[in-house]
Design a protein around this ligand. Structure first.
Ligand SMILES: N[C@@H](CCC(=O)N[C@@H](CS)C(=O)NCC(=O)O)C(=O)O
Length: 209
């Protein structure tokens, strides 16, 4: 398989974690987001959204959207499971992942901030907005994970919730969010003690700057 990513892409990091947890290795190809390589004709032919990540399967099929990719990997390579077997807990794990992937991350995405800046907002304004959205989302997440289990967000194995949370914590730091959520911090620490999270960290990627 081929993974199109970028060291700092939190959506690509989700997929790197899932691949590592599953013991899968892939060929990595990098698109430099700050240089706009995701919008090159070559990459748009892979992913018409011009977003990372994309995963090319061995038969050439292209998968996009990090949560869809993670769920595909979970279905094809079920061990270890990224989603709990109990339907209620599974729905909660997906909800937590979607708070991040649907409600927090899109607001602080590079192209959204650039579009706002192109319409006259200063980087200070857009970064402040991103911080507010991340902070509000994390307030909700801290409550959503309360009492759900330990050491990971939903118990003793990492799930899709952790896979989304840890990269979003890194984004929060990058935007200068003051991290004030003890349970989220504890989950992050537990995750980063695992090779699947630590070795896939942006700073440890070959394209890291
Ligand atoms: N919902 C998408 C989000 C993908 C996404 O926004 N990727 C970012 C990097 S984390 C990107 O490629 N940004 C490029 C841009 O904004 O132009 C997913 O989960 O895969």
């Amino acid at each position: 398989m081929i993974l199109y990513g970028y060291f700092r892409s939190s959506a690509a990091w989700r997929v790197r974690i899932a691949l590592h947890l599953k013991g899968l290795t892939v060929e990595n190809r990098y698109q430099h987001l700050r240089k706009g390589e995701q919008l090159s004709p070559g990459y748009l032919a892979v992913n018409p959204q011009g977003l990372l990540p994309s995963l090319i399967l061995d038969d050439g099929a292209v998968l996009t959207q990090s949560l869809a990719i993670c769920e595909y990997l979970d279905e094809q390579y079920p061990d270890p499971a990224l989603l709990p077997s109990d339907p209620v807990t599974r729905a909660r794990v997906r909800a937590l992942a979607q708070v991040i992937a649907c409600d927090i991350h899109p607001v602080q995405n590079l192209r959204v901030l650039k579009a706002l800046q192109a319409r006259g907002q200063t980087p200070d304004n857009t970064n402040g907005w991103a911080r507010d959205v991340i902070g509000g989302g994390f307030d909700a997440l801290e409550t959503l994970v309360a009492g759900q289990g330990r050491p990971y967000a939903f118990g003793d194995t990492p799930t899709l919730a952790d896979i989304c949370l840890v990269p979003q914590m890194a984004n929060a730091r990058r935007f200068g969010v003051e991290l004030r959520w003890p349970r989220l911090a504890a989950i992050e620490a537990a995750c980063l003690a695992l090779p699947a999270f630590a070795e896939t960290h942006p700073d440890r990627q070959p394209d890291a700057e």
